[in-house]
Ligand binder design. Structure first.
Ligand code: GUN
Length: 283
């Protein structure tokens, strides 16, 4: 059996088309959705992510602001800039690209973003709202995964879900969203005993660990849905996920590729959150 592939580029194009229409409708009311992105330091992967996010905004008819700071910048400068963006009514979404340099208190930076403009959904107020089942902004990667599951008509009610990875950005919010859809959710992590025992039980397996090709076909239940959130580089410099695609696609029923899977959907849902923030200003 060869798995059905969920094409993240195709789904992104469809959703971004719908978002561009909504952005155009807002423009007639004199509102242009605007995302401000803050990048600190020279991490090459972060620089590419921010460049892609800003470019996607422009393409969808939204405005963007990009502030880049040297790695050794005084955090006070960044806090002052966030306060300015919080107070600017023409800015609807604010994103601080992670990771931040070590001398930053990342938690304090995320808490300094106004919860109404926190389009990443990382502020404690928004994390709490998601946990209570009334999300204001859903973190972009898990939001994108939910859209992909929906587009592939993957049954959720009562499904056994195993998430590998317990990060605040992916693993934990992913668990909350799937729990809200009545899945039975297990979160595995680096200290889990017998990882394969868990993964082989999963109807839906979400890999979000950041280790190249660590989930192999023999760890997957035949017919399962496999969602690969990882973006890693092989020693040869090739992009690959946390799932060994070649062996996994022979066992899974549905699978997402890397590249061209979850990655483009993450950016698409950032645009969706920014637009949503702007629409709230219009009402
Ligand atoms: N670093 C890795 N993923 C993300 C993300 O979704 N948002 C931000 N701000 N930083 C990240």
């Amino acid at each position: 059996m060869t798995a059905k592939i969920i094409d993240g580029n195709a789904l992104s194009a469809e959703v971004r088309g719908q978002l561009a229409e909504r952005a155009a409708a807002l423009k007639t009311k004199g509102i242009i959705p605007c995302l401000a992105a803050i990048l600190v330091g020279e991490d090459p992967a972060s620089a590419v992510y921010v460049r892609n996010k800003v470019a996607a905004c422009e393409k969808a008819g939204m405005r963007s602001i990009k502030d880049v700071y040297a790695a050794d910048i005084d955090p006070a400068v960044v806090f002052a800039r966030i306060a300015e963006l919080n107070a600017d009514p023409s800015v609807h979404g604010i994103l601080v690209q992670l990771p931040l340099p070590k001398h930053f208190d990342s938690e304090a930076v995320l808490e300094s973003v106004s919860p109404e403009k926190d389009v990443d959904g990382f502020h404690a107020e928004n994390v709490g709202a998601l946990m209570q089942g009334n999300p204001r902004f859903i973190p972009c990667t898990p939001y994108g995964v939910m859209k992909m599951l929906e587009s592939a008509h993957v049954p959720l009610k009562g499904a056994e879900v195993v998430i590998v990875g317990r990060s605040n950005i992916v693993g934990k919010p992913m668990a909350m969203l799937l729990l809200a859809k009545s899945c039975t959710v297990t979160i595995c992590h680096s200290q889990s005993k017998d990882l394969a025992f868990h993964t082989r039980r999963a109807d839906i397996l979400v890999a979000a660990v950041g280790r190249a090709r660590m989930i192999t076909g023999d760890m997957i239940k035949p017919g399962a849905t496999v969602i690969d959130v990882g973006i890693n580089r092989t020693p040869e410099g090739k992009l690959c996920g946390d799932v060994d695609f070649e062996s996994a696609k022979e066992v899974a029923g549905v699978i997402t590729p890397v590249p061209g899977g979850v990655g483009p959907m993450t950016i698409t849902m950032l645009l969706a959150n920014t637009l949503e923030a702007a629409e709230r200003c219009a009402t």
